[in-house]
Design a protein around this ligand. Structure first.
Ligand code: 3PY
Ligand code: MG
Length: 263
């Protein structure tokens, strides 16, 4: 089976830079996959992406050096199964707040006896090779999103879930629940403490600590803080930012900044 190079990177303590796609386009996905990202995630939760577009995007990413991942719209075993069958090499699951939810998520990504993924690997066989069914349980990456106070309270129990590779902070949702406003780079003391806690507990459990960021500079800061998996903004933010800059510079003006959520 095609190895999951992200797992090798984590074992060798190499940072993983992950692209993030919200625009439903195989062409955008192909462009992103050729820009040097280690992985590119198709965002089914907040992206404008249906399954047919996700399939085309996973095919496009497969033709690039980047590892294809998907964020599902909820902890839904049926959707997780279809995206894995379509060739996602890892799943990012939003709003995981309890160890039971983490267990349900990981089970959906694993064939029996480790989990309850139904058999029908479809396109995963084409991308991964004929022995995909034998090794998929080892190679598929599983990241649970920490986005709530409850998720933070249960962090150790979530990280103790067998087969869970790590967690990924959704800073907009987490800051919204902790501080009342969504801000991806929030400097609120509650957010600073939460971020520090996640890095420290991931290190203690030898698990991946990931986080969504609003720019390359912000992602570099997160890596320096101890994160191992960072997303330096999504395609929409980058397109918006680059367009605003181009228009402003053409008019001889200073471009306006993005909002604090990154959008
Ligand atoms: C969040 O910041 O809440 C996310 O889910 C990132 O997309
Ligand atoms: Mg979120």
């Amino acid at each position: 089976m095609r190895k999951n190079s992200l797992k090798d990177a984590f074992r060798q303590q190499q940072p993983v830079i992950n692209g993030w796609l919200a625009i439903p386009s195989g062409y955008s996905a192909e462009i992103a996959g050729h820009q040097g990202y280690d992985s590119v995630t198709v965002d089914m939760q907040h992206g404008m992406i249906d399954f047919a577009s996700a399939l085309a995007m996973l095919q496009a990413i497969s033709a690039t050096p980047a590892t294809p991942l998907a964020r599902v719209n909820s902890n839904d075993p049926a959707q997780i199964m279809r995206l894995l069958d379509a060739g996602a090499w890892g799943i990012i699951c939003p709003m995981v707040s309890t160890p039971e939810q983490a267990q349900q998520f990981v089970s959906a990504c694993r064939y029996p006896p480790l989990g309850n993924r139904s058999f029908g690997p479809a396109r995963a066989l084409l991308y991964g090779g004929k022995d995909y069914p034998q090794y998929a349980n080892e190679e598929i990456l599983t990241l649970a999103m920490i986005e709530t106070q409850q998720g933070l309270d249960n962090l150790d129990a979530i990280l103790a879930t067998d087969g869970l590779d790590g967690v990924f902070i959704g800073p907009n949702d987490l800051s919204l629940t902790l501080t009342g406003s969504a801000s991806a780079e929030s400097q609120h003391p509650k957010m600073l403490a939460a971020v520090e806690l996640v890095v420290a507990r991931c290190r203690a459990h030898n698990k991946v600590a990931g986080i969504f960021c609003t720019s390359g500079q912000a992602a570099a800061k997160r890596l320096a803080e101890g994160f191992s998996f960072v997303t330096p903004a999504n395609d929409v933010m980058q397109l918006g930012r680059a367009s605003r800059e181009a228009v402003a510079y053409a008019r001889g003006e200073t471009p306006s900044a993005s909002g604090s959520s990154g959008y």
